[in-house]
Design a protein around this ligand. Structure first.
Ligand code: SF4
Length: 739
């Protein structure tokens, strides 16, 4: 039996548990790099510009890229450490296969490919094409997102393709499409700097999108007022003019009440409402009974703060509203988004300088990844897979018969349910760690073990990859050329700095070879990433996410191009809706009535405490990469449960006491972090860890009916003090949470 490809144990032995990687064989810092490569940080949706230092074909460090317009050289703690992943000793250095009860053995690419293809064919012959599913990630480039959408429909011939943006941006997408007919933030962040009121809902900007904070501070320097809506007094809220400490699940009651106050006081733009919107009357009808007493009770926000926020927002001359997962991760995520958009439309402050609306994408390519067809209901250009015209157009681009194009498939969590029902028997996943990131993850683990064959393409052996039959060693952000689209809607260029190490392959090459062996090689012949992008441009042409006019050269020459960009002589569109022509069928922006309803699971006698989840500054999503970087581990080594001093006293809990948190899905122990910055009725646990450290053992798998996003942000729990303190040993092993 060969050793596991991971060398974590060896590193711990030699350097201690918090060893700062990379190993000594890398660049030692005192030499000049061979080259500096301009590219972007691989983590969040800001996609900050960065220059990677390359020495001996390894990433050896970084330098700020001062000229890149969004971040002008600024980077957050993750950004300055991101270079340590490429040359990391934990990298899977070639394909491996699971040997039952032992671990993994290295195998040849030939064996990995032929075994995979024969298992796909066996399962599809026995159970039908849709019995083999695919899950993908939106940290991947636009080119890979596009190719995966095509690979699933043309090579695998399955309807069941979905992506991990389903856990992230889909509620925003659902709301944007209903209101505007197009799914993108309306402005570049540059408009933030001169907005006079900024409302941020459910977005811990200073920890999850730190470089964006600079724009808010510039607005503050210019006199902007800041309203923050969040159950926690997040760092960013501490200097806000108004912090509205909403109870998780109470968002649409709050926003509905604000709209009612604006109507009552006539803080409205009647000309905009009359000429450029529809649905206003029905929308105000839905909130007509939302008086302040009711709103305070349902939202948990004191009524005087609700009134002050409505007044500040309603009377502003210029304004910008931004939201993120805090209001989107709900079974009413789309309704929450729409209730925010209603506030924007009521004031007409959109499509004008310093006036806008934005959803802050969390994942690296959270924006582009939701446009090019790797969602279960989507074709490139943000087209609809159930629309006959859209199917016909894309079938022609792909050179297939439209009747061979699969229909709408299952979303990510629905795929897990379908495995349990015995409908899905095989799966391929790429750059997705559902065992950490999906809710109710004991249920997810059981599903993975039920699969007859599971293939995982990744760069590290994630918690999920450990359940695979074969793991194919893929490529990192810096190992394959492409583009990504930032949270602003700006398409930027990712440059290959180094080739994949050892026996790893570029993800695109892996998919092309699999397609070839599945008999679709003639549809997947791309000599370069630019060839994929050029096909993507044509496939997106005429769709709402139109990239046709964007070329690699234009992206490089301009350090980014904003879509839509319908022709090569078009400059791109940093600010949408200046012409007041919205992308809806009637050309108007749509108000949408939102009637408040409670969360899918509310507190009761047995589970009396609200549990909410989120992120910390030093970790990215499921932590597959960031939980392996020593300095990021040191910054926040293990998940802590934030609890207010009053609730802590009630339970006799002191700081760092180990507390068992129990829900209807499972239970886990977390050290308490007693802080005054959280609501008295709510506890918070970050979700970046797996195994016994996983917050998502506790969260609920109930889905928003439109977006199918799970309700990560609210469920009911009980707290059981264990009488023990959190221990150093526990802290030191948290990053290896697969153990
Ligand atoms: Fe920028 Fe996000 Fe990377 Fe931080 S994690 S450096 S904010 S892209």
């Amino acid at each position: 039996m060969a050793k596991l490809p991971t060398s974590v144990d060896k590193i711990i032995k030699e350097h201690g548990p918090h060893a700062a990687y990379p190993p000594k064989s890398g660049f030692e810092g005192s030499h000049e790099p061979d080259k500096l490569v301009k590219t972007h940080c691989c983590y969040c949706g800001m996609q900050c510009g960065i220059k990677l230092k390359v020495k001996n074909e390894k990433i050896a460090g970084f330098e700020p890229w001062m000229e890149f317009p969004f971040n002008e050289g600024r980077l957050c703690p993750k950004g300055v450490q991101r270079y340590m992943q490429n040359n990391h000793p934990d990298r899977i250095m070639g394909p491996i296969q699971r040997v039952e009860g032992k671990g993994f053995d290295p195998i040849s690419w030939e064996k990995a490919m032929s075994k995979t293809v024969s298992e796909i064919q066996r399962i599809q012959k026995q159970y039908g094409n849709d019995a083999f599913a695919m899950l993908s990630g939106v940290s991947l480039t636009n080119e890979k997102s596009y190719m995966i959408g095509k690979f699933a429909r043309v090579a695998l011939k399955t309807a069941n393709l979905d992506y991990n943006g389903r856990l992230c941006m889909v509620s925003a997408g659902g709301g944007n499409k209903k209101a505007f007919g197009l799914d993108r933030s309306s402005n570049s962040w540059a408009d933030l700097k001169h907005a006079k009121v900024i409302l941020v809902a459910g977005a811990n900007i200073s920890e999850t999108f730190p470089t964006l904070t600079h724009y808010i501070w510039q607005a503050r320097d210019n006199g902007a007022k800041l309203i923050v809506v969040d159950p926690r007094e997040i760092p960013f809220a501490r200097t806000a003019d108004l912090h509205l400490p909403v109870r998780p699940g109470g968002d649409s009651a709050l926003f509905g009440a604000m709209l009612k106050i604006m109507v009552d006081n006539d803080w409205l733009d009647h000309d905009f409402i009359e000429n450029h919107t529809s649905g206003f009357e029905e929308t105000i009808e839905a909130v007509k009974d939302y008086d302040l007493e009711w709103a305070e009770k349902e939202s948990g926000v004191p009524k005087d703060l609700i009134y002050k926020a409505a007044k500040l927002w309603g009377e502003a001359n210029t304004s910008f509203l931004m939201h993120a997962r805090g209001i989107e991760h709900h079974t009413k995520g789309v309704e929450n988004v729409l209730s925010c958009i209603n506030l924007v439309l009521a004031t007409g402050r959109i499509g004008k300088p310093y006036c806008g609306y934005g959803t802050i994408t969390g994942q690296g390519n959270g924006q582009g990844g939701r446009e090019h067809g790797h969602k279960c209901d989507q074709l490139p250009g943000n087209r609809d897979i159930t629309n006959p015209e859209h199917r016909k157009y894309i079938s022609e681009v792909w050179g297939i018969d439209e009747k061979d194009m699969p229909g709408k498939g299952l979303t990510a969590y629905e795929q897990i349910e379908a495995i349990h029902r015995g409908e899905i028997k095989g799966m391929i996943s790429i750059c997705f760690n559902p065992l950490v990131s999906l809710p109710n993850n004991n249920y997810v683990r059981e599903a993975l073990e039920k699969l007859e064959f599971y293939i995982n393409i990744d760069t590290f052996l994630s918690e999920t990859a450990r359940h695979a039959d074969i793991v194919m060693a893929g490529s990192l952000h810096e190992e394959e050329e492409g583009t990504v689209t930032t949270a602003e809607g700006r398409v930027v260029k990712i440059n290959e700095a180094v080739p994949p190490p050892g026996n790893c392959r570029r993800d695109g090459e892996i998919l092309m070879e699999l397609a070839d062996r599945l008999g679709a090689g003639n549809k997947f012949s791309y000599p370069t990433s630019e060839d994929i992008f050029n096909e993507l441009r044509v496939a997106s042409k005429g769709g709402t996410a139109d990239y046709y006019g964007i070329t690699y050269k234009k992206v490089v020459d301009n350090m980014g191009v904003f879509w839509p960009c319908p022709s090569e002589d078009h400059p791109g569109t940093p600010r949408l809706w200046e012409d007041r022509k919205f992308a809806t069928p009637d050309g108007k922006a749509h108000f949408n009535p939102v009637k408040y309803r409670p969360a899918s699971e509310v507190t009761d006698k047995e589970f009396p405490v609200v549990l909410t989840t989120g992120r910390v500054v030093s970790q990215y999503l499921s932590g597959t990469s960031t939980r392996r970087i020593g300095k990021l581990i040191d910054q926040y080594p293990e998940p802590l449960m934030e609890i207010h001093p009053k609730m802590a006293t009630l339970y006799g809990i002191e700081d760092r006491d180990l507390v068992k948190v129990k829900t209807r899905r499972g239970e886990a122990e977390f050290p308490a972090h007693v802080v005054e910055t959280i609501r008295e009725d709510t506890v918070f646990i970050p979700y970046h860890w797996g195994g016994k450290f996983s917050a998502n053992q506790l969260t609920i798998g109930n889905l928003d009916p439109v977006s199918k996003i799970p309700e990560f942000k609210v469920c009911a729990c009980k707290l059981i003090p264990t009488g023990k303190k959190g221990s150093e040993t526990r802290t030191e092993t948290a990053y290896q949470s697969w153990l």
